[in-house]
Design a protein around this ligand. Structure first.
Ligand code: TYM
Length: 351
């Protein structure tokens, strides 16, 4: 970090991302595909860039499908605590809950009015999520979800949005909507770039290594929950599906299971995939998986302890969320005011 006193304050490009509080724990895909990168983006980057980061818990997105209110409230706080446990630092990042900023829903409405039905219908996540219960019984909120996500992003005019591969299509819609708004009214939004790291863009299910690791996986054994008992996670790694070759080699087509484990191992340990292949040459899968299980345990054990500590005494967490909302509001309210002016709303009267 450069000496703050010696560096003149500069306008820093922003980064922004969000995560839904729809499970009792983040899974390893959320952690490696998104949250861990958020923590990394807080430091000065190798090219000297320093970002201003905003990260939030997307509780309003969660209610696009039915939620038990008690469970949602608990999971929202668990999600926020996990951000801190993953190294997102409230001194450097604004950490907040989406529902604390009405500006998200307010800009979301404007975004809905810019989006055509056809465009919304093409969103693959809507197709996937509505397929289960049928489109007719899905909520309008689920259909409008990508427009709320566009609002989440555009309110902060970020340069980058760090996400996993499954969010790319939503980012494309966000850019289209930003461009449409800019050309219909006046240049207001910066077009955000997705920030998707190739190595961790898609972590796969341990039992079904051609499907994305996801909370809606068919078997719980395919998923590593960051807050699970570490011995359970170690066992899941040791019983991950591989192949009959017994050769630790990266080949996503022929060896999806081993390749997924190699990606996870490399991302968690910082050792390159090539070096791991060389280290485990001729050793078979047993040793490889057992060493990876140890690496996973080393990461999740302190993560879990820190999350519980933050939840046991909420003073720190509540303060972080209050200050984060304040920092976010300073930016979001200004953007919303610009938008309302540009679309032709009369500013509020004062008495
Ligand atoms: P969500 O809550 O489903 O997931 C949070 C983040 O985790 C990433 N991710 C994965 N990455 C790699 N491999 C996997 N198997 C994997 N599974 C999940 C996701 O890509 C995501 O980055 N719509 C968003 C939340 C959101 C948002 C936003 C994100 C709402 N508003 C604004 C960015 C900006 C979502 O449902 O993510």
């Amino acid at each position: 970090m450069p000496d703050a006193a010696a560096t003149p304050p500069a306008v820093r490009p922003r980064v922004l991302s969000g995560i839904q509080p729809t499970a009792d724990s983040y899974h390893l895909g959320n952690y490696l595909g998104a949250v861990r990168n958020w923590a990394d983006l807080q430091s000065v980057q190798p090219d000297g860039t320093s970002y201003e980061p905003f990260f939030f818990i997307a509780d309003q997105h969660a209610i696009t499908v039915e939620q038990d209110p008690k469970v949602l409230r608990r999971r929202t706080l668990v999600a926020a605590a996990q951000l801190l446990a993953a190294g997102v630092d409230p001194e450097r990042s604004a950490i907040f809950l989406q529902s604390h900023l009405p500006e998200h829903a307010q800009l979301g409405w404007v975004m809905q009015c810019l989006t055509s039905f056809g465009e919304a219908r093409r969103m693959t996540q809507f197709k996937d999520k509505s397929a289960k219960g049928g489109e007719g019984s899905s909520s309008v909120g689920l259909f409008a979800y990508p427009m709320l996500m566009a609002a989440d992003i555009l309110l902060y005019r970020p340069a980058y949005v760090p996400v996993g591969e499954d969010q790319r299509q939503h980012l494309e819609l966000t850019r289209d909507l930003a461009q449409r708004f800019n050309s219909r009214y006046k240049k207001t939004f910066r077009l955000p770039e997705p920030y998707i790291l190739k190595e961790t863009a898609k972590i796969y299910d341990l039992q079904e290594p051609t499907a994305k690791m996801s909370k809606s996986a068919s078997s719980p054994n395919g998923l590593i929950d960051m807050l699970d008992d570490p011995t359970v996670s170690a066992k899941k790694i040791r019983s991950a599906v591989t192949d009959s070759e017994a050769e630790v080699r990266f080949d996503e087509v022929a060896k999806p299971g081993v390749s997924n484990l190699l990606r996870i191992f490399s991302a968690l340990s910082g050792v390159s995939i090539e070096k791991l292949e060389a280290d485990y040459a001729g050793k078979g899968y047993g040793v490889f998986k057992s060493d990876l299980a140890d690496v996973v345990v080393d990461v999740v054990t302190p993560f879990r302890a820190r999350t519980h500590e933050l939840l046991d005494d909420r003073t720190e967490l509540d303060g972080v969320l209050a200050r984060g909302a304040e920092r976010a509001r300073a930016v979001a309210s200004k953007t919303l005011a610009d938008v309302y002016d540009r679309v032709g709303f009369v500013p509020p009267f004062t008495v």
